[in-house]
Write a protein that binds this ligand. Structure first.
Ligand code: PMP
Length: 400
């Protein structure tokens, strides 16, 4: 007998299932709208020019491959926080922020959850309903209880602000509130700035700990500053936020696993103490983070020209996505759909909650070779000018 005969096969990731079905399909008109990674006009992965230039600089500098410190590359850490909070952020100047390089956004969330489990015990984390599926499992696996707050309103494919507000208000004082800073995944629905202000005030009144998941800075609106507005607003309001950054989408560095976790503390001494405890948490998990992605981001953000190029390129990705949303709605109308599709253009970021039912999703796959998750979420990155009209016709066919 084997040691592992009692191990049962677990369920496949639902998003992976979409790609498996897509790969099996031999139709030339097939479309994969499940992928969570940016694709260019030709449906291909996109390597940013600024990243290629940074690669070259790093290579030419003849760097070694020694270990990074446990907290990661110092230059990356400070550039990363400055990108999110702004260079003139008072908490940065006052040295009140503990930062640690992480294994992309997932790693940042995991380190955050492990830290909260150890130093903010017995609290429940509230995540939006729905949210990126990994949020629930990251907290649960770290020993932090998870509940959800209302978020999405299926009636208008928009925000259920009252529900969100009431649920955050009903959570016990001092709870952990996870907020998507921009381009909410999976819905593409973000609060307005006026609504963010109300949420900030509410979290203040309730003494909640706010943890921002910031996986799409610049990728949503095309402006890194505009996308950072909610986070900066909370910091300006005096919240000691936790911040999880990912450079997967906005720098196209998915597989390099580059991200950061920061925590705003009360004093420079507190920041050092928190940093020391983050190191103690990280050491037995993975010792220290991978170095290449940190070097790439650091090379770009410490060089004016490369930073400008990055801004242009991240705006290019965001604009292509915004353009595809408009194009999809245009073709839906052109082919006779009289439904209200305004949510497609109102939502933001890579993902769109179309409002399609599971049955309509099944028909898109079986009749039109179009693949997406059964919750009706489409990745706009999978759309391009060659397939958008075909997609619109198919969506119209299954929704009329
Ligand atoms: N948070 C959200 C909301 C995401 O959509 C993603 C990417 N799918 C992540 C975090 C983290 O991704 P990564 O670990 O690749 O940075």
């Amino acid at each position: 007998t084997s040691f592992w005969s009692n191990v049962q096969k677990g369920p496949e990731d639902p998003i992976l299932g979409v790609s498996i079905a897509f790969n099996k399909d031999t139709s030339p008109s097939k479309i994969n709208l499940g992928v969570g990674a940016y694709r260019d006009e030709n449906g291909k992965p996109y390597v940013l020019e600024c990243v290629k230039k940074a690669d070259k600089k790093i290579f030419e500098a003849g760097v070694d491959h020694e270990y990074a410190p446990i907290v990661g590359l110092a230059s990356f850490n400070s550039l990363s926080v400055a990108l999110a909070l702004g260079e003139d952020c008072k908490a940065i100047k006052d040295k009140k922020i503990a930062v640690i390089q992480t294994l992309s956004g997932t790693g940042a969330l995991r380190v955050a959850a492990e830290f909260l489990a150890r130093f903010y015990p017995g609290k429940t984390a509230y995540v939006p309903n729905p949210t990126w599926g990994n949020h629930n499992t990251i907290f649960a696996d770290s020993g932090v209880a998870v509940k959800s707050y209302a978020y999405y309103n299926p009636q208008n494919c928009g925000l259920n602000f009252d529900g969100m507000y009431n649920d955050i208000n009903a959570a016990p004082n001092g709870s952990i509130i996870l907020l998507h800073a921009c381009a909410h995944n999976p819905t593409g629905v973000d609060p307005s700035i006026a609504q963010w202000k109300k949420i900030s005030q509410l979290c203040k009144d309730k003494q909640h700990f706010v943890l921002f998941d910031f996986a799409y800075q610049g990728f949503a609106s095309g402006s890194p500053e505009k996308d950072a507005e909610p986070v900066r607003l909370f910091v300006a309001d005096g919240h000691q936020i936790g911040l999880c950054q990912s450079f997967a989408k906005n720098f196209g560095l998915y597989g390099q696993r580059i991200g950061a976790f920061s925590l705003i503390t009360g004093t420079p001494e507190e920041a050092l103490a928190v940093e020391s405890q983050l190191k103690i948490l990280v050491r037995p998990m993975y010792s220290n983070p991978p170095i290449f992605g940190a070097r790439v981001v650091s090379t770009i953000l410490s060089n004016k020209e490369l930073t400008e190029q990055w801004r242009t390129e991240v705006k290019g990705m965001a604009d292509r996505i915004i353009g595809m949303r408009e194009s999809l709605v245009k073709y839906l109308k052109q082919h006779g759909s009289t439904k209200d599709w305004s949510h497609i253009t109102n939502q933001i970021g890579m993902f769109c909650y179309t409002g399609l039912t599971p049955e309509q999703v099944d028909r898109l796959a079986s009749e039109f070779h179009i693949y997406l998750t059964r919750n009706g979420r489409i990745s706009i990155a999978g759309i391009n000018s060659k397939n958008v009209e075909y997609l619109a016709k198919a969506i119209h066919a299954v929704t009329k």
